[in-house]
Design a protein around this ligand. Structure first.
Ligand code: GAP
Length: 440
């Protein structure tokens, strides 16, 4: 694993952001649990996305569909047939690889002459075999034919199959969007780079239903909106973001045009979100497989058609890793590690510290806590030296430190300490809420 990522993994464990799943049993591969700070951060990120989609855009509404759905959905979507990774096994050391790890064009490789990266032997790799990435389960008390179901590998299908119900219930007029946040599952063969690629993850997907012919222009609009979100809402450095356009050999079977937003992680440029023009592929397939008419009636123009779909598809866990990688800073001058998180997404906004545990300072500190608590996630800390308390919070990304000292009792003032430049200023207690409102 890359060294910086290793340091981030260690910080995540130390400060309660992310833990390996089932840790006391030796871990469960490619699944992670989110600790107290991790879930605050994850919620803050997903709420920003949700607000951006469903509050800022009057024509986008939300949905929460089931993880288990009718198995025919996966036939219609192409997942049962095509959601496969070609795999190669080493007969000597039993290691398993994705064929595209060896070459961008694995079909042209002579496998009998290819070396196994783990045991180093040649002639032991098998020809690539297809492996379906969907997790299978059974619905009902007995395992028999006809009871098979799948954990959804993407949230998008829940949106497609509900599109007409949502449109009717909310009287939506094209163009309109449906947004959803939820778990997705993929039996990834190569799960790596911490929470970048895992077997259980969360997606934040938005499907925008448009009139055919307007799709190219709308793709452009969504590309701009989505890349701006990373900089404007999450505070990610602009220079570490770029687009990658899918060429013909990369395009998914459903897409006419596809762009990835990539971030420059410590392990290289990698996809964090996809923006796809899916045309009417999905609705055509679901219309065919369900036998239901899924066309939209455009009353003003007396026109009936299957809408095209422009999709924005982001991974919440990957977004969280992006935020952590971008915020991670080793401040060598001050010998500390800092998460320079944007205050809007920081899990904890402030730590409130009485300088000493006596003389009425803890009580005064609790007064400040009570002013802030109804509005922001703030914590109280009286353990250890004030320097240690601040350094603990620097690692957790807490943007403000508030100290209550003896002067606070005399003149109702407190000291605010800023995480990134460590500057301190004394302000009156009645200014504290306003100061927070200006920054968060
Ligand atoms: N509905 C389209 C779709 O699912 P995708 O490119 O397969 O497209 C979209 O996935 C996003 O979901 C990716 O950009 C990534 O952020 C996230 N994602 C996909 N597989 C993932 C995995 N195994 N672990 C974490 N995030 C994943």
């Amino acid at each position: 694993m890359n060294k910086t990522i290793e340091k981030i993994v260690s910080l995540c464990k130390r400060r309660g952001f992310v833990f390996q799943s089932s840790d006391i049993y030796g871990g469960f591969s490619a699944i992670y649990d989110y600790g107290p700070l991790g879930i605050e951060l994850k919620n803050n990120i997903s709420q920003l996305w949700w607000r951006e989609m469903t509050h800022v855009h009057e024509n986008i509404v939300g949905l929460d569909s089931g993880i288990l759905m009718h198995p025919k959905i996966w036939e219609a979507s192409g997942h049962t047939g095509a959601f496969n990774d070609p795999l190669v096994d080493c007969k000597q050391c039993k290691s398993r690889y994705r064929a595209d790890e060896f070459s961008e064009n694995p079909n042209s490789l002579n496998w009998s002459k290819t070396k196994c990266p783990k045991c180093g032997t040649t002639g032991n790799l098998t020809e690539p075999r297809q492996f379906n990435l969907m997790f299978k389960t059974n619905v009902g008390p007995v395992e028999e034919t006809g009871t098979e179901a799948f954990l959804r590998p993407e949230t998008a299908q829940g949106i497609f199959v509900n599109y007409q119900l949502v449109q009717g219930a909310m009287r939506m007029k094209i163009p309109f969007g449906i947004a959803q946040i939820g778990k997705a599952f993929r039996n990834e063969i190569i799960a790596r780079n911490f929470i970048f690629r895992t077997r259980e993850f969360e997606q934040m997907e938005m499907q925008y239903f448009v009139k055919p012919g307007t799709d190219d222009e709308i793709m452009k609009e969504w590309k701009d909106k989505r890349i701006n979100f990373y900089h404007n809402n999450l505070g990610i450095s602009k220079t570490k973001l770029r687009f990658h356009e899918h060429q013909n050999d990369e395009l998914a079977h459903y897409a006419k045009e596809a762009w990835d937003i990539e971030y420059e992680f410590p392990f290289g440029w990698s996809e964090i979100e996809g923006i796809h023009n899916r045309t009417d592929f999905d609705l055509t397939r679901h219309q065919e497989f369900s036998g239901k008419n899924l066309t939209y009636f455009d009353q003003p123009n007396n026109d009936r058609f299957l809408p095209y779909i422009v999709e924005t598809s982001a991974g919440l866990n990957r977004m969280l890793l992006t935020v952590l990688a971008d915020a991670y800073w080793e401040d060598e001058e001050n010998n500390r590690i800092v998460l320079k998180l944007d205050p809007r997404i920081a899990p904890v906004k402030a730590v409130v510290c009485p300088l000493v545990k006596k003389d009425g300072l803890p009580e005064k500190a609790r007064e400040i806590l009570n002013i802030l608590k109804p509005h922001y996630k703030v914590i109280y800390d009286q353990q250890g030296s004030i320097g240690k308390r601040y350094y603990r919070q620097d690692e957790a990304g807490t943007p403000f430190g508030i100290t209550i000292d003896h002067q606070s009792i005399e003149d109702n003032t407190i000291t605010i300490r800023y995480r990134d430049n460590m500057k301190q200023e004394r302000i009156s207690i009645d200014q504290v809420l306003n100061l927070f409102k200006n920054h968060i």
